[in-house]
Design a protein around this ligand. Sequence first.
Ligand SMILES: *Cc1c(COP(=O)(O)O)cnc(C)c1O
Length: 367
Amino acid sequence: MQINFIDLKQQYERHKDEINQALSSVLESTAFIMGPDIAKLEQSLSLFTDSKYAMACSSGTDALLLSLMALDIKPGDEIITTPFSFMATAEVICLLGATPVFVDIDPETYNIDASLIEAKISKNTKAIIPVSLYGQCADMDEINDIAERYKLTVIEDACQSFGAEYKGRKSGNLSTIGCTSFFPSKPLGCYGDGGAIFTNDDELGPKIRMLLGHGQVERYRHRYIGINGRIDTIQAAVLNVKMKYFPDEILERHAIGKRYSELFQQANQEQIITPMIKDDRTSVYAQYSIRVKDRDAFIKHIQSLGIPTAVHYPIPMYRQEALSYLQINPNEYPVTEVVSREIVSLPMSPYLTREQQDYIVESIVNR
Ligand SMILES: *Cc1c(COP(=O)(O)O)cnc(C)c1O
């Protein structure tokens, strides 16, 4: 049986005519930069998340960087975040000369443990970046409460959770700023790099808009030091097609994630820990990640049966060579230490068939 980790080909095949048509109309128009597809995309992103400002940009990483730039983050500032995420979350903090301060994760959701945040706040703390890992939001109410008490800004790294809901509201619009990514393998992906920034703040919105266009107020008049953070028109055109089908894909993701967990439960697999999704939120399952004790042997075995896997993420941030200058003691992060050794992601896409899923689960259960 042929199984892809994330089935990007299927999705293209399904909407091929429409996508080709959208791409060719960009090619014909030659409006490669800031073409009309971008305004259209931003309008639907704003509607979808119910955010006042929705700004498409060059990537999820740049979305995070622009958010910190909008807050004037500078050397000496501290930003609280999780050590269990993709490197970009901490990287952007360091790029501005600020210091990431890591807080251990919740043993059930693997998101930042909100109850441990307060102990890490100092007079230099400026912001908190919770990551909505694998497509499920962190405890945003608790985090926003702490931020309000200490006058900090919360930036949700929603790069894996676009389309997820928290207490009936959309990920990306749960704190002062939300950032997402349209990297091809994310729940809503384009055909290259792309991202978006969301806010309802009337100062930050226009400022971020300027920052992503070289800090320009108008052509050749620059108020801020910004970056080239634009999204390509071609990527916006692809996203405009995909946005139409995204609500259905979210439902398919819910169903496939739920079915994985049910099948594992029926098989009574005590050695496997399935994802825990809290009652007041949904996951878009950017990854369906389980925990196993003998990960190396597990991966070797199921890969030999033709089932691709991935590990998100094997090395916590504080163990990364690039961050060794922070001189962090891993013993401070007992939960991250265990989870990063045991976590493994299974194939996941809205198009995973029942047969494929049955085969994957049986292969694991009968191992
Ligand atoms: C993918 C990802 C990013 C970076 O997004 P890019 O679009 O690849 O730059 C940042 N944070 C998390 C949690 C991600 O999964």
